[in-house]
Design a binder for this molecule. Structure first.
Ligand SMILES: [Zn+2]
Length: 251
């Protein structure tokens, strides 16, 4: 797990697996944790790490309902998990799926942990705003990777957390209930937000500056155009498997 300060009020923590990111954003004496690392030891260490960096986490938010982004309460069990309304609908419509997929992933990697307790998550209107200290975070719809999704923009810090888009390590992954059309619409919606941002944080991979994120946006749009040629630098065995799956489901 590594932590990188991207702004005086924002730190990005990256898990040892899948380069899964979580972002702590601070405003006044409040701070929100967006998404989560994966391994139990990372989740155990997270409160102290963020506390030392001066972040008192007072709120949790997940960008979408994939199990690897939902683990914030394992680190901060006293807090409720906030989710966009599309994610709340997905969790309600498919109860227990995230928990089962987490169990399967844990079994694959021989990871032991207590069962995931989502508790009573809080559904937030998207598009909309959520207050944090003396600021407001913007919530924007980001569907396509999955049927749900929310991008979070801390405009005062110039930090845009997009969920599973604009990754430098993963090609666009369109899951079973995702949609190619929605994926494109999300990228189009993110473009002007990226222009107004300094740091773009993908769900997996490195935090990007604006130019890097805009280049990835172009590469991803080109990939989605033909669903044929993998973006340069992301042509690995694992990404070719994701690509084959995209073609079967959405080609
Ligand atoms: Zn993910």
């Amino acid at each position: 797990m590594r932590a990188v300060g991207v702004h005086p009020d924002a730190v990005v923590v990256t898990s040892r697996i899948w380069q899964t990111t979580c972002t702590a954003i601070r405003a006044g004496d409040e701070a929100m944790l967006i998404d989560s690392p994966y391994f139990p030891d990372e989740l155990d260490a997270l409160p102290a790490l963020l506390h030392q960096a001066g972040f008192q986490i007072t709120a949790l938010l997940a960008t979408h309902a994939d199990y690897d982004h939902l683990l914030g309460r394992a680190a901060f069990p006293q807090l409720a998990l906030g989710v966009g309304e599309s994610t709340a609908i997905r969790l309600r419509t498919h109860p227990g799926v995230a928990q089962k997929e987490l169990r399967d992933a844990d079994a694959e990697h021989y990871v032991e942990r207590a069962p995931l307790a989502l508790g009573s998550y809080e559904s937030l209107p998207v598009p909309g705003y959520v207050g944090l200290g003396d600021q407001e975070l913007e919530l924007h719809p980001a569907e396509g990777h999955t049927a749900d999704g929310t991008a979070v923009f801390a405009r005062w810090a110039g930090v845009l957390c997009v969920g599973d888009y604009l990754s430098d390590v993963e090609i666009p992954l369109i899951s079973q209930r995702g949609s190619l059309e929605e994926y494109r619409a999300t990228l189009a919606r993110l473009a002007p937000l990226m222009e107004a941002a300094e740091t773009i944080v993908p769900g997996h991979g490195s935090p990007h500056d604006r130019d890097t994120a805009l280049r990835l946006l172009d590469e991803d749009l080109e990939y989605l155009d033909g669903l044929d040629k993998l973006p340069p630098g992301r042509d690995t065995r694992r990404q070719r498997a994701i690509h084959a799956d995209n073609v079967i489901k959405h080609g």
